[in-house]
Design a protein around this ligand. Sequence first.
Ligand code: SAM
Length: 291
Amino acid sequence: EHKAIATPRRTKEILEKYSFAFKKSLGQNFLVDVNILKNIMHLAGITKEVNTIEIGPGIGALTEQLAIHSDQVMAFEIDQRLIPILDETLASYDNIKIVNQDILKADIRELCSELFTDRKEIKVVANLPYYITTPILMQLLMAKLPLSSITVMIQREVAERMAAVRNTKEYGSLSIAIQYYTEASIGMIVPKTVFMPQPRVDSAVLHLSMRDQPPVKLNDEPFFFDLVQASFQQRRKTLRNNLIRHFKDVLSKETIEETFDGTEIDGTRRAESLSMEEFARLSNYLFHITK
Ligand code: SAM
């Protein structure tokens, strides 16, 4: 009978054996609850028909579950001290490849095509290092990798912003950026107590299902994201004020008023009331004027 890595007892044993000291700067908070991991497998839709990518295996708590429930596993770990530990804790699995690289610098596409030679779906599943949650997710999405979904444990507050709908205080440019590429939902809220050491904040499992097509048609993606960010610059202010300020060197006030008329969007509204489709209309109209 196999003892799971993700228990407080086994984790302590492993850490002591290697005199491992956590590095806060690498966001090292290890999961010590097998039930949470099983829920994650379920939320992510992991089966033997799926290949998986993990970011930050730590001592292998989640990696082990991925090895049991998915086909091939590729895990990126930046901390060299963990490599010999993973060699031992995961020794009984032959479907795991550990890559000792910074996920933000790795050539994921190339490594995927080397390791995942069948045509199975690829899913990302991870308990992310919280200090780089947003850069990791945005990089994965913008690289347009052949992924079907991303299921990640992240800070609760960030998960809520990523999955937010309009007319809520969590809705902002991050919600739009994430939801342009994916359908986002929160799978579960996770208490601090299932981690070792415990983080300062609560966590949540965010599930991102990749869209086949963006939900809106854009003339220019960077221009759209810039406009969305500008619209939320000062949340309490009107769309009109934020846009006049942002475009003051390139567009006259009159042009901006004209844009509100032309797109039938009321400039006295606040950004948090706009749908992605409305931002897209504004963006396509303005892009055409600035060219
Ligand atoms: N998956 C393990 C678990 O759930 O117990 C550990 C999760 S821990 C929150 C985050 C892991 O990401 C740590 O093992 C840390 O060393 C690793 N990590 C931090 N920055 C990284 C980076 N840039 N690239 C790859 N791994 C990183």
